[in-house]
Write a new protein. Structure first.
Length: 285
């Protein structure tokens, strides 16, 4: 179908284009509001700066499609195929992307505030500087994803996998990371104030200079983690595993427990490591 004919149908009020084959077509700058493109084929198409607000693209094929700076707010992309798609600078506020396949996609600088990405596959995706505030990333695959400088404040990441991920300077204040696998993740200079990291796996994670004020680390595993110059004022540290953790380049072989345990003794972290006058936590004997 030619683009001219497609636009003619749209002007006549037709909105159902489900299953349409638009592979490789030039749709840049097109205005398609509230259209049904579910199960459509748009692989390799150019949709740069297109207006697709409230569009239904569920289960559509958009692999390697150019969607840079596209407007897709409140759109339905459930189960869509977006492998290696270019979505940098895209506007996807409150869009639904659950179970979407987005491995290797470029979402640098995209706005996905309050979007639903539960169960989405973002393995190896470029999410640098992305806005994911309040987003649902429950069960998402973020292995080897670049989340440097990403804004994730208030996001839900329960059950997500971030193994090998890059979160340098990311904003995770108030994020729900309970039980999340962060093994080997780079969290240097990340902001996690007030975040929930109870039971999280942070083995060998790089938390150099990370902001962890009032964070919940109950039962978290920080063995081998680098906590040099980390901020931990007010953190909940009951039963945290710090075996071989690095605090100001010195290994720690202790497991931290919360205040109130019998036989406790205070452990004052070095001033440069914690950026506090003296941080005192209780260590179980």
């Amino acid at each position: 179908m030619s683009i001219d004919y497609l636009l003619e149908l749209y002007e006549k009020g037709i909105r159902d284009f489900s299953g349409l084959d638009l592979r490789g077509q030039n749709l840049s700058g097109i205005t398609f509001v509230q259209v049904n493109l579910s199960n459509a084929y748009l692989d390799g198409a150019d949709c740069t700066r297109a207006f697709l607000t409230k569009a239904n693209l569920s289960h559509a094929a958009l692999n390697r499609t150019n969607l840079s700076f596209v407007k897709l707010s409140d759109a339905d992309l459930t189960g869509a195929q977006l492998r290696k798609a270019d979505l940098h600078g895209a506007f996807l506020v409150k869009s639904r992307l659950s179970e979407a396949q987005m491995s290797g996609a470029n979402l640098a600088g995209a706005n996905l505030r309050e979007a639903d990405l539960s169960g989405a596959n973002l393995c190896g995706a470029n999410l640098e500087g992305i806005n994911l505030r309040g987003a649902n990333l429950k069960g998402a695959n973020l292995r080897w994803a670049n989340l440097g400088g990403a804004r994730l404040s208030g996001a839900c990441l329960q059950g997500a996998c971030l193994t090998g991920g890059q979160l340098t300077g990311a904003f995770l204040n108030g994020a729900d990371l309970e039980g999340v696998d962060l093994d080997g993740v780079n969290l240097s200079w990340a902001k996690l104030n007030g975040a929930n990291l109870a039971g999280a796996k942070l083995m060998s994670a790089n938390c150099w200079g990370a902001k962890l004020r009032n964070v919940n680390l109950t039962g978290a595993n920080l063995s081998g983690a680098n906590l040099t110059r980390a901020f931990l004022e007010g953190a909940q540290l009951r039963a945290v595993n710090l075996n071989e953790a690095i605090v100001e380049d010195r290994p720690s072989h202790r497991t931290i427990a919360s205040p109130g345990w019998e036989g406790r003794r205070s452990l004052s972290m070095p001033h440069p490591a914690w950026k506090a006058r003296e941080t005192t936590v209780s260590v179980g004997c």
